[in-house]
Design a protein around this ligand. Structure first.
Ligand code: NDP
Length: 298
């Protein structure tokens, strides 16, 4: 059984990106830049944002964190985005979710220029991705990270049955769409399950590649997995654990302990898909910079 080590892959990728950023800077005498906006004081969001900025700097890119107060109006936020859209030193823009209730997330997504939407949430990027025009879009970071893991572990996907559990706009739907496409680490027959799916275990047991993005700890049990399947666990759930100082531990959507007895390969939580998400955000930011400077390849 192979443990798919996202921590290691993301560290390798960040090293490669650092070298690529350096090469780009020598070529253009300018630096890729990411702007991250956070509205309000949500502690978890503040940790995510700080992490993104730190990773960005370590790769040699510029990162600006714009902290706005909770009471920022939607029009103020949109005006800020317009400024960033027109700033040639900013190649990637990200607005940390969740936003305060008085701000419409859709309006915010639409206000980010698709050419700087490194989260890959803008309908233009989603549409190009669905059409298979991957060189003209940004792929949303978590599914993109999963493709990278499948590719780096040389997982044979062609013609395999991939079952995706979850149909959210940021994970399940783009993941299922990508696995359907004719690419090196995709080209699958795809089934998507969700909360209205009947006989889910019957479907998951058919999966050669099972991707769980549900948000419920240990939902996928051993009896739901075909022996030899590759299991990708996207879930990040807090489970009470009085033995920990924090009072909780992180668990995936997959019952790792038992499913790993039958899977041929599996991602752990933490240390699987999670670390890949930020690495792919950096990759998208560099990609945006390269497009802005008409650099095809390094
Ligand atoms: P959402 O809550 O947006 O979507 C969950 C999906 O799972 C929905 O489509 C829902 O179905 C489906 N679902 C929920 N319960 C069941 C059930 N009992 N049976 C079948 N389907 C079910 O979550 P996200 O996609 O945003 O995230 C999923 C998980 O991945 C979370 O744990 C999240 O923390 C984690 N995550 C991890 C990331 C990473 O970097 N590793 C990044 C993003 C998310 P329906 O549509 O019918 O409601």
């Amino acid at each position: 059984m192979i443990i798919i080590d996202g921590k290691q892959v993301s560290s390798d990728l960040r090293k490669e990106l650092k070298a690529a950023v350096e090469a780009c800077m020598q070529k253009t005498k300018s630096v890729p830049g990411l702007a991250v906006i956070i509205v309000g004081q949500d502690p978890a969001s503040q940790v995510y944002v700080r992490n993104k900025a730190k990773n960005c700097k370590e790769t040699g890119m510029n990162s600006t964190v714009i902290e706005l107060p909770e009471e920022t109006s939607q029009s103020e936020l949109l005006a800020k985005l317009e400024k960033l859209n027109n700033d040639p030193d900013v190649h990637g823009i990200l607005v940390q979710q969740p936003l305060p209730r008085h701000i419409d997330e859709y309006a915010v997504t639409m206000a980010i220029s698709p050419s700087k939407d490194v989260d890959g949430f803008h309908p233009e990027n989603v549409g190009q991705m669905v059409l298979g025009n991957l060189d003209r879009c940004f792929i949303s970071c978590t599914p993109y990270g999963i493709l990278e893991l499948l590719s780096r572990y040389s997982i044979d996907t062609k013609g395999k049955h991939c079952v995706v559990v979850g149909r959210s706009n940021i994970v399940g739907k783009p993941m299922a769409n990508l696995m359907l496409q004719k690419l090196k680490s995709t080209n699958c027959t795809v089934t998507v399950c969700h909360s209205a799916t009947r006989n889910m275990p019957e479907l998951t047991r058919q999966a050669d590649i099972l991707i769980a993005a549900i948000g419920q700890a240990n939902f996928i049990t051993k009896d739901m997995v075909k022996p030899g399947a590759v299991v990708i666990d996207v879930g990040i759930n807090r489970v009470e654990d009085s033995s920990r100082k924090s009072g909780y531990r992180l668990a995936g959507d997959v019952d790792y302990e038992h499913v790993s007895e039958v899977a041929s390969a599996i991602t752990p939580v933490p240390g699987g898909v999670g670390p890949m998400t930020i690495a792919m955000l950096l990759k998208n930011t560099l990609q945006s910079f390269m497009r802005a400077h008409s650099i095809q390849a390094l």
